[in-house]
Ligand binder design. Structure first.
Ligand code: FE2
Length: 187
């Protein structure tokens, strides 16, 4: 199915996920359900549907990059899905993760004392694997007696700096987010 009008009744409105990949597993019985698909907006503005959200079937999408929506099915009593997030196994692949909607101060489903140590843990794991990769790249060029590529070194080290600062900047809570947090707690 392809269409252009993005005014669609939704369980979860148009959004991008916080993590690179997401797996949406349908838990509800959809035999009498019409609609209820995950809709995806393409760069040209077309809307395509991940067809057939049957019970036990899953849709895997690049939720960080692709704007998507969970549509409200007709004739439904529930639409329950289990959503699991993933990042690329290869530490050198771009990791665009953000904490926009999932940081504990914004999302009460995230446990402050568990969420942040796990976030730092996985980020530092990738950071150390990337650091080792950089060490190996220049060790190899040294062994091969190649000319040292300073520009390449700057690029790699700056990328590391960006990755590190992104890790703590994503944990910051904006004034707007604090206001929202305080209003939820009535303080
Ligand atoms: Fe999503």
């Amino acid at each position: 199915m392809t269409k252009k009008n993005d005014d669609v009744p939704a369980v979860v409105n148009w959004h991008n996920d916080s993590y690179p990949f997401v797996c949406v597993l349908m838990l509800s019985d959809t035999s009498n359900m019409i609609g209820g698909e995950t809709l995806i907006k393409t760069p040209s503005g077309d809307i395509i549907a991940a067809e057939g959200p049957a019970k036990g079937k899953a849709t895997v999408l690049q939720g960080r990059i692709l704007t998507h929506l969970a549509s409200i099915p007709i004739g439904y009593t529930e639409r329950i899905t289990s959503v699991t997030s993933y990042r690329a196994k290869d530490p050198l692949v771009n990791d665009g993760s953000v904490l926009k909607t999932v940081k504990p101060e914004v999302n009460y489903g995230s446990n402050f004392n568990v969420f942040y140590p796990e976030w730092i843990g996985y980020r530092m794991e990738i950071f150390s694997e990337r650091a080792l990769h950089i060490k190996n790249v220049f060790e190899k060029s040294l062994n091969k007696k190649e000319t040292f590529d300073k520009e390449k070194a700057f690029k790699m080290l700056k990328d590391m700096e960006d990755y590190l600062s992104h890790t703590w900047k994503e944990m910051e809570v904006s004034d707007k987010e604090w206001e929202c947090y305080k209003s939820k707690l009535n303080i």
